[in-house]
Design a protein around this ligand. Sequence first.
Ligand code: DGL
Length: 277
Amino acid sequence: MSQQKLKLKRILFFDSGVGGLSICQAVKKINPDVEPVYLFDNECFPYGEKSESFLISRVRAILDAAVKKFELSGIIVACNTASTVALPDLRDHIKLPIIGVVPAIKPAAALSKKKIIALLATPGTINRKYTQELIRNYASDCKVILIGSAKLARIAENRLTCGNVDETEVAGVLSEITELPDSERPDVIVLGCTHYPFVADVIHKILPDCQLVDSGIAIGKRVDSLFAGETMLPVEVDKIEHKAFYLGELQNYDDRFKMFEHFGFTSLSRFSLDDAI
Ligand code: DGL
């Protein structure tokens, strides 16, 4: 029995879909005392091609409601597409620690021996000023190949929900790399969308010589340092609640619920923005 004395941190993981579960897994590995509340905006999935102004107001409305409804210690915006545009606005308006997930350009540039890296992300993330700045600040010594895919998040979402993945579709997304001669290919690929770790094995099969880098471990460490030294509450790790919430109508509820159970969640309920007001 794991009657360990740990501090309880109730953290909201927010994404457009199931991608944030890759961040949740990485966070829980380093911080077993985190009580995750997982909230996803299935109503507006995918976020990849939505306008910046839409995303800023949508994400603020959802997170405002979530702060009213759940007693949170902090929020992780477990979505690169939302983080790269909405973080300043969220931090201005919500008085809780907010951790954003952004593409791991800095570690990728440091890892690359060829000094050629690729960023695989949604079209929104690729086009952001924030992403351009990350590249300018941390990868100025690298050639950076930008691949914006509107499809890959959905491929990953379907894989988690229904179990199947069309490898030729993934190969199509990666053709910009596979068509290059060996000398011009990247040796490191940044998975700049939280959905992509769920198709990392397929990407690796297509590009076995590329190292894949995502943001999961860095976010886990960030949570650890952010909440270090907080008051300890007695809590049994295996009694920590794992609740997930969706917005609007959810297709394939039973399959989704099974998938969330697989990640340790015990409930999957509808969250209405009105409930919280
Ligand atoms: N998981 C999200 C990200 O990290 C995006 C998926 C979407 O297009 O909604 O960017």
